[in-house]
Design a protein around this ligand. Structure first.
Ligand code: ISC
Ligand code: MG
Length: 461
């Protein structure tokens, strides 16, 4: 393995610049090196006053962290968002210079980002900074995996750039990013807390039930919002620390877009790809945790055998199976769900594994899966139409795919639930639930209350 040497950086940049022929052409140069073990959150925090648009990602199952700082390249798509994003990503990779002797998942050129829940629903000012599809290749990417740490630097070079100058700028920035930053422990105080139209929301649940009883729609997921105001600006690093401490079995994520930050602790994996090995998960059907071990056990048993929750869950299993079967071989789905326990609640859980056929990519799978009936409903289009028409909420990126992919067919996307959009001293929290024929509006309301807890409790609630 050939390590990247300091003096090589300039040569790599020089070569890339030499290959650029016209003024409006460019090339992405990506260089990865191993670095000393570093705290991911500390790195995130150090960038606070240096670069905007930070990204944080921690995967629940492994010791895997990504921290992206700045934007070397952006892919924004609105209309045919999957097609456009896929095309732009492939074009970027085609002409990139990649120096990455490790080829570990999540190193080298990595795009981090996500999508909005429904591009057909008009956006409100709340989500104006979050586009229908927005992926960023950061200037600096720290990857932590299996107790090894890597730093990737991505630089977009143009014809008239000076390699030495770029190399020097990059070195200075890197030095300042590795100044150890301690995470300020913030005690946020909520000065205003407002549930947005809870009575109307229950009414919409009733309407959804009616629709289910009188049409071929079988499930509709309805979400609602809680608004918070704080005594001071929320510090994202401090909130992430609390999420990491309290939600070990969830994906912890944060995506900053200018002054706004969308963050959360979601247990819901949409899809993970390691080369051609695909893993998706069905997570739907919910119960609270018990106060004692015995009570917890009894609730789990109850959930496993509860017809209404099993129905909610089985719609997801069926849909995921159908959505990916033509793109995969070796599809494996257990017959029965198991319990997935979280800090504040427990879910029904079924893992789905498969081998992805060569001609398909991660974007193809996301397009086929989103939204699963855990966030949309069954059938997909009809339930989406209902949500579009009756849900009094701009979901923005809530409930949508969020994650990363690299240039070696690895990547992972979660579904952005248990999440909040933070704007300085304000936050909007989101929670939804699957409405089926046996749903009770008051019980669904209580279920969403528990789903607010992961975010509420780290925001001073
Ligand atoms: C829509 C949410 O949860 C989904 C995921 C798991 C269980 C769910 C449920 O039991 O209703 C929901 O489908 C949310 O947390 O906002
Ligand atoms: Mg439910």
């Amino acid at each position: 393995m050939i390590e990247l040497k300091e003096e090589q950086v300039e040569t790599i940049l020089e070569k890339a610049i030499e290959g650029i022929n016209s003024d409006d052409d460019y090339q992405l140069v990506s260089m990865t090196k191993k670095i000393k073990y570093n705290n991911a959150l500390s790195f995130f925090e150090a960038a606070k006053y240096i670069k905007k648009n930070r990204t944080f990602w921690m995967s629940s199952e492994e010791d895997f962290y990504l921290v992206g700082i700045g934007q070397a390249y952006e892919i924004i798509a609105e209309e045919s968002r999957f097609e456009e994003t896929k095309k732009a990503w492939n074009q970027l990779l085609e002409k990139a210079t990649i120096y990455n002797p490790y080829e570990q998942p999540g190193t080298g050129i990595v795009a981090l980002g996500g999508l909005s829940f429904d591009p057909k629903k008009p956006t409100t000012p709340l989500w104006e900074n979050f586009k229908p599809s927005h992926f960023t290749v950061p200037e600096f990417l720290m990857t932590k995996h299996n107790r090894e740490c890597y730093l990737t630097v991505n630089i977009l070079v143009r014809k008239n750039d000076h390699p030495r100058q770029l190399a020097n700028e990059w070195r200075d920035l890197e030095n300042s990013l590795f100044q150890k930053a301690s995470i300020e422990k913030q005690m946020l105080t909520i000065t205003e807390k407002k549930e947005i139209e809870p009575t109307e929301w229950k009414e919409t649940v009733r309407k959804a039930k009616e629709k289910i009883n009188h049409s071929d729609i079988e499930k509709i997921v309805l979400a609602r919002e809680m608004y918070l105001r704080f005594n001071e600006n929320a510090n994202i690093g401090s909130i992430l620390q609390k999420l990491l401490d309290t939600h070990p079995s969830s994906y912890i994520f944060a995506i900053e877009k200018d002054e706004d930050c969308f963050l959360g602790a979601t247990p819901e994996r949409l899809v993970k790809l390691e080369k051609d090995h695909l893993l998706s998960t069905c997570l739907a059907g919910t119960a609270p945790r018990g106060k004692t071990k015995e009570e917890d056990q009894a609730i789990s048993e109850g959930l496993l055998h509860d017809q209404k929750n099993r129905e909610e869950h089985d719609f997801v299993v069926k849909m995921i199976k159908n959505a990916i079967k033509d793109c995969c071989t070796h599809l494996d789905v257990p017959n029965e769900p198991i319990i997935y326990p979280l800090t504040n609640l427990q879910h029904l859980y079924t893992p789905v594994t498969a081998t992805l056929k060569k001609e398909y990519s991660l974007f193809d799978i996301i397009e086929k899966l989103h939204p699963t009936p855990a966030l949309g409903g069954t059938p997909k289009e009809a339930s989406l139409q209902f949500i579009r028409e009756y849900e009094r909420l701009d979901r923005g990126w809530y409930g949508a795919p969020i994650g990363w992919l690299d240039s070696n067919q690895n990547g992972e996307f979660a579904v952005a639930i248990r999440s909040a959009l933070i704007k300085d001293t304000e936050a909007s929290l989101f929670a939804g639930c699957g409405v089926v024929k046996d749903s009770n509006p008051d019980e669904e309301y209580e279920e969403t209350n528990i789903k607010f807890l992961p975010m509420l409790s780290v925001l001073g609630g």
